[in-house]
Design a protein around this ligand. Structure first.
Ligand code: ATP
Ligand code: MG
Length: 405
């Protein structure tokens, strides 16, 4: 099987998917804008060949370069797991008449207004929302929807340019901040706990599912630096309070025409217990969600995704063994990390339940917490009991402090 895999070297978790593809026997033709010599070693080893393009996000240019490069060679799949190139993958598939999701289907997972329209038309609970282009349109929609509301990009990621707006005065203050966008989504603010619904699908049906609880909501975590954001996968998916979210997720996959591969949805559980749609993508969740999924079931979804995407099979166990908590830390101060307090005590207290200590060590420059969820590193801890994992997560958030200077 010949697989064209887009952007195998960036972002940092892509080499793991390349490894998975190689392990299920695919020959990988990578395409990316990282120069070949700068590719991480952990991806070079898995590539049969690699094409460097000047700008990965210039779709027309990449399509013509890749077509020239592959001329005379047969290709069986075009795959990707990075949001900005999911449509490009679909365009290449369509051009070459290849199996996999169409451009139209991928648009339903990329455009935050089209996805909501399609789901709304199928009777699913999505926030009221409209696509807006001008300040006048925002005012009109705000009249209709009322406050609080959310203004966000149509194809955004990482909470960038996402704003909660509480009043007319707040709206006036926010408009300049999104002024450079040519279009945005203006939507009803949904109160409640925010969860993910993640899957690997085969022919559109989930072969495995996961639900992770974000603490706090990503939008809040993206505004307050002192917060240590947490994401905890939930071992027991049978509990009644999750039933609405699981049903919503399964229905969304059906309506949007999912095929093979990862999906990553976000949804809200309101104080009244209603499940409300947030957004969905037809790729793996970022910021460690695949690792967390793997630790939950003790499996390797980098490889199983590849098996599903290339061969249409899924073989990993779906037995859920653990609740898995990820805690992301942000140091106090700027410059280089100088010391970490409380880590030794925490590691000792948690014993064997810690599965990853990925905190940046003294001497490492601070990362920009607004740009990357991983910030100054993360800890991963797991336990079969929810209360136990929660206790360890809260302790990591409050009892471990990092300092920079
Ligand atoms: N309608 C809404 N009601 C309440 N909160 C919302 C709403 N839309 C977005 N948010 C908040 O803003 C965050 C970012 O929005 P969204 O997930 O649509 O954008 P994103 O930039 O793709 O995020 P990411 O890449 O971090 O998943 C959400 O995780 C949620 O916390
Ligand atoms: Mg999101």
């Amino acid at each position: 099987m010949r697989v064209v895999f887009l952007s195998p070297g960036y972002p940092a978790d892509m080499p793991k998917f390349a490894r998975g593809l190689a392990e299920v026997g695919a020959s990988i033709y990578g395409v990316g804008d990282t120069p070949r010599d700068s590719l991480p070693d952990n991806v070079k080893a898995f590539l049969t060949d690699y094409l460097t393009v000047p700008r990965m996000l210039d779709e027309q240019d990449v399509i013509s370069r890749v077509s020239d490069w592959m001329r005379g060679r047969s290709v069986d799949r075009v795959l990707a797991n990075w949001e900005p190139v999911m449509l490009l993958a679909a365009r290449l598939r369509e051009r070459w008449g290849m199996p996999g999701m169409s451009v139209d289907a991928v648009i339903g997972f990329r455009d935050k207004e089209i996805m909501k329209q399609r789901l709304r038309a199928a009777g699913l609970r999505v926030p009221k929302s409209k696509r807006v282009h001008t300040a006048a349109e925002v005012h009109e929609v705000a009249e209709e929807i009322g406050f609080p509301l959310i203004l966000k990009p149509i194809g955004g990621a990482g909470c960038s340019d996402t704003f909660k707006v509480d009043s007319w005065a707040d709206l006036e203050a926010t408009l300049p901040a999104i002024g450079r966008l040519t279009e945005a989504s203006c939507e009803e603010y949904i109160d409640g706990e925010e969860h993910t619904y993640d899957t690997v699908c085969v022919r559109g049906k989930p072969a495995i599912e996961n639900v992770t609880l974000y603490l706090p909501k990503p939008l809040e975590a993206s505004q307050q630096e002192w917060i240590s954001p947490m994401a905890i996968s939930i071992r027991d998916l049978e509990q009644p309070k999750l039933a609405g979210g699981l049903a919503l997720g399964r229905a969304a996959l059906e309506v949007l025409g999912m095929d093979d591969g990862f999906t990553h949805m976000e949804w809200f559980l309101t104080p009244k217990g209603e499940a409300v749609f947030g957004e969905i993508a037809c790729r793996a969740g970022g910021a460690g969600l695949v690792d967390q999924f793997n630790f939950t079931c003790d499996i390797d979804l980098y490889r199983e995704w590849a098996r599903a995407a290339v061969w249409g099979h899924f073989e990993a166990s779906t037995t859920r063994k653990f609740n898995v908590g990820m805690i992301f830390k942000r140091a106090r101060g700027w410059g280089n990390i100088t010391r970490i307090e409380g880590l030794g005590r925490w590691l000792h207290a948690c014993g064997g339940w810690v599965v990853q200590d990925g905190l940046s060590r003294p001497g490492t420059p601070r990362r920009d917490w607004k740009q990357t969820q991983v910030a100054d590193g993360r800890l991963i801890v797991r336990h079969p009991e929810w209360d136990e994992v929660m206790r360890m997560c809260v302790s990591a958030a409050t009892d471990i402090q990092m300092y920079a200077q």
